[in-house]
Structures are given as C-alpha cells and as structure tokens.
Design a protein around this ligand. Structure first.
Ligand code: ATP
Ligand code: MG
Ligand code: MG
Ligand code: MG
Length: 439
C-alpha cells in the first residue's frame, strides 16, 4: 500500500475526549471514528488490525472443533420470551418495533437464537458434540460506554455455543474452549489469566473470565503470580484427548485467580505475600457452562442412547475482538505510539522514503516495495512528500514492527537502514541484505 493512495487520517493533536492511552492512540492513528455515543466506524488502519485479530480467533476456534455460521443482529422478541429473558434483560437491551408493530431487538448475545437453530435440526445424541460460533455485532446499551471500543454500545463478539448429551461431555467441550482461549490470547501477544467468575444474566455454574492485567482495566482482580510462567498448550494439542485437556485445565486452575465478585479473602490470604497479585484487569473473554437452562426452557432435547429425550447441556463462549484491539495497545505501546505484536500488525513493514522525488531514493524504495511484495509482505510505503521527521513520527505512531528507512546519504552507497519498532535497534545494510534479512 502506498501511503499517498491510502486513507490514514492521522490527528496531530491528542483528542481531549480520550482518557486512556489506547483510546487516544486509536483516534490519533485514524483507526476508529465515533459515529454516535459508543458506536464506531473502523477506518482502514483499524480494520486491518481487527481482521487479523478475527483471523486468529477463527483459526483457534476451528482448531478446537467449533464450526462457523452467521446469525443476524436483529432478533424477534418472541424468542426471548420463550427463555424468559425478554423482560429480565433490562435496559441494556435495545428494543425496536418493525412496521408491523412486531417487537424486535438488537441482539446483545445469541443463546436463544442458537437454541432455536439447534432444536430445529438436531434430534439425536449421535450428532453431538456440536459447537457453533459466529463473529457478529452485538448491541448493549451500556450505562457508561467509554474508552473507545473498549466499552462501546455496538461491538463485535465471537460467541460460540456448545451442545452435549450430558454434563461430563459438556465439561469436555468447556475445556476445549478454555484451551483454545489460552492459545488465542497468546497468539495475540497477550497473557490472559483465566479467573473464576460470576455467571451473571447468562446463568449457570461453571465460568471463567479471561483477564489481561492493565492499570486501566475496569475489573478488580486477585491472583497468584505463577500464571506468568505457565506454558501455553501447543499447536499440536489433541482436542479429543479428554485426559490431556483435563490436565491443561487442572494446571491453569491450580492456583488462585478470581474477579472481585468471586473473591475469597481467606483463600487469597493463604498465598505467600510475595506471590499475591492484586491488580486491575480487562475482561477479554468469558466462558460459561450453564447446563440445560435454555434447552429446558426452549424444548431443545435429543434422543439419547437409552431411547429417552434429554435436554442438551450447553455452554457459551465469548471473546470481544473490538475490545481486544485496545487491550493489545494498552499492553504494548510507548511514548511515541503503538507497538504492534507481529501477529496483528496492520502492516509487516513500513518503507520510509525520506526524500520522495529523489531518483535514487525512489528507485531503492520501489525495489524494496516490489521485492518484499513478491515475498508476501504487507507494506505501507511512505511515498508522500512530507518532511522526513514527520514520516518517522507517523511510522512510530502507527507501530508497524519493522521500518526500512531509505535516505539519500545511505542510498548513495547502496544501503538502507532497518529499524525495529519495539527495541529501537537500527542496522545499516545493503538493499539486497535488507530484503534477505526480512524475507
Ligand atoms: P463487561 O463485564 O465488560 O460488561 P460482560 O461480562 O458484560 O462484559 P460478556 O457477556 O461476558 O460481557 O461478553 C463476552 C465478551 O464480549 C466480553 O468478555 C468482552 O470481551 C466483550 N464485551 C462485552 N461487552 C462489551 C462492550 N460493551 N464493548 C466491547 N466488548 C464487550
Ligand atoms: Mg457487561
Ligand atoms: Mg463481565
Ligand atoms: Mg462477562
């Protein structure tokens, strides 16, 4: 991508409305635009990051055996009357009437709808286990939408729903998602701690929130320090291995971790003082096993091996991609801007042509752009006629992992400079060596 042809509306000033660093940086880099309170457009730079986050989430959901579909944002109130949640949900639910005066709502979550789909098609235990997910917009009329897309009213959620014949099988499905979440957050460059959590309006008895520690987090959390050193389940994890996933789950739940709602002072006090962690955190994912709460209310049963009807045992599993993007920035930035983990960076490389219009600089930049493009790199080539200083500032601000600086002096001796955004390390290399180093 040539910057001269891209849409990157960088703000010069720090926007006053942004209270936390991720919100400030997302506005300054032109990643998002607020359209009305708590409702955002994702501009091209932001959309690139969001797509990469979603891709990793998808890959790990698929690896764990979940199957993608897409349900609508608008739902019928009647479906929610069946579960009893239409009246119970309260003001967070945006209620709408269509032209026939039918009660509709903008979905805050999809347990009812997925249960309706399940009961329409699945009749036998032989079709279980089943886990269906989608990545779709949700709407919750939050009392205090704030911090940009960290807590917005319209937001993206990956929500998966598992169906099993009994509790034991459902708990294995739960552990599949638990394991997939550990892998997902790790690939996003984050250390998420699974914490025992309250089940809230979803209901149920087994639940973990995945929390990223950050001073700007809205949750108060308590945990053992050991989590920092736990191993992430490998890419070769066999998701059908019941004992294997049980071992992962046992390890990751072996030491204390709880949100304030579930906090147990006595258990926490039993941890040696130096190992206690009392901090603030951001909830980036939340998983629930809630048994037959919806299947019983909505008539979603299957025939078991005993020939009898059994209400399906269900779980639901949420991740917030539009919250994850600012959470990643909270965890990875410096005074100059964002430092993207490679896995989600909007581009792999920034090519900075310090003197666009200069024949040698243009030729060297074009050579790099073509060669790295051929090798499959995603590049932002700053070919504008801005001052070099402004270009460096923009490159640091948007946080692409590697910068290649093409300046008249080094190009005269056939060289360019590579700068690593994270460490700040610089290296001068011949153009070919620079290409070889990155490829
Ligand atoms: P919170 O406690 O922050 O209000 P929640 O517990 O209500 O979140 P869940 O119902 O557990 O949210 O939804 C699953 C995931 O969706 C959350 O873990 C979070 O990542 C994301 N999410 C929920 N509400 C929002 C929001 N208002 N803006 C952005 N992401 C959200
Ligand atoms: Mg909430
Ligand atoms: Mg919560
Ligand atoms: Mg939650």
């Amino acid at each position: 991508m040539r910057l001269s042809r891209f849409f990157l509306p960088i703000l010069k000033e720090n926007p006053k409305e942004a209270e936390i660093v991720s919100h400030r940086l997302m506005l300054r880099t032109g990643m998002i635009r607020q359209q009305s309170q708590g409702i955002y457009s994702w501009l091209p730079l932001g959309k690139r990051v969001l797509d990469k986050v979603n891709k990793i989430i998808r890959e790990e959901q698929n690896r764990a055996g979940a199957i993608e579909l897409l349900m609508p944002t608008l739902q019928s109130a009647d479906l929610w009357r069946e579960s009893g949640r239409y009246d119970a949900y309260g003001k967070e639910m945006l209620r709408i009437k269509d032209r026939q005066d039918r009660d509709m709502l903008y979905g805050p979550t999809n347990e009812e709808m997925i249960t309706e789909i399940f009961r329409s098609y699945v009749k036998s235990y032989k079709d279980l286990p089943l886990n269906l997910y989608h990545i779709q917009l949700k709407f919750r009329d939050e009392v205090r939408p704030r911090f940009g897309t960290m807590r917005s009213r319209e937001f993206l959620m990956k929500d998966a729903y598992s169906f099993d014949i009994d509790r034991e099988a459902a708990e294995h499905s739960y552990r599949k998602m638990f394991t997939a979440y550990l892998r997902t957050f790790d690939r996003l460059g984050l250390r998420a701690i699974p914490m025992r959590a309250d089940t809230g309006p979803i209901g149920g008895n087994l639940s973990h929130e995945f929390i990223i520690l950050a001073d700007t987090g809205e949750s108060e959390v308590y945990s053992h320090k050991d989590f920092v050193n736990f191993d992430i389940p490998s890419v070769d994890t066999d998701f059908d291995d019941v004992a294997g996933l049980q071992a992962v789950f046992d390890k990751w739940t072996s030491v204390y971790a709880a949100t304030s709602e579930m906090h147990d002072e006595a258990a926490f006090a039993a941890i040696p003082e130096g190992d206690r962690l009392s901090a603030r955190g951001i909830e980036v994912g939340h998983i629930f096993y809630f048994g037959t709460k919806y299947s019983a209310a909505m008539g979603a049963s299957v025939q078991g091996p005993d020939g009898k009807q059994h209400d399906a045992h269900m779980g639901s599993y949420g991740i917030g991609p539009t919250r994850l993007v600012p959470a990643i920035i909270e965890a990875s930035h410096d005074e100059n801007g964002i430092i993207w983990p490679k896995s989600v960076a909007p581009f792999d490389v920034s090519i900075i042509n310090m003197k666009a219009g200069d024949q040698a600089c243009d030729a060297a930049s074009e050579k790099l752009y073509a060669a790295l493009g051929k090798a499959g790199f995603d590049m932002l080539y700053d070919d504008t006629d801005d001052r070099a200083g402004a270009k460096f500032a923009t490159a640091d601000l948007i946080g692409v992992p590697s910068q290649i600086i093409v300046g008249p002096r080094s190009v005269a001796s056939g060289e360019v400079e590579i700068k690593d955004r994270k460490s700040g390390a610089r290296e001068t290399l011949s153009i070919d060596a620079a290409i070889n180093k990155l490829v």
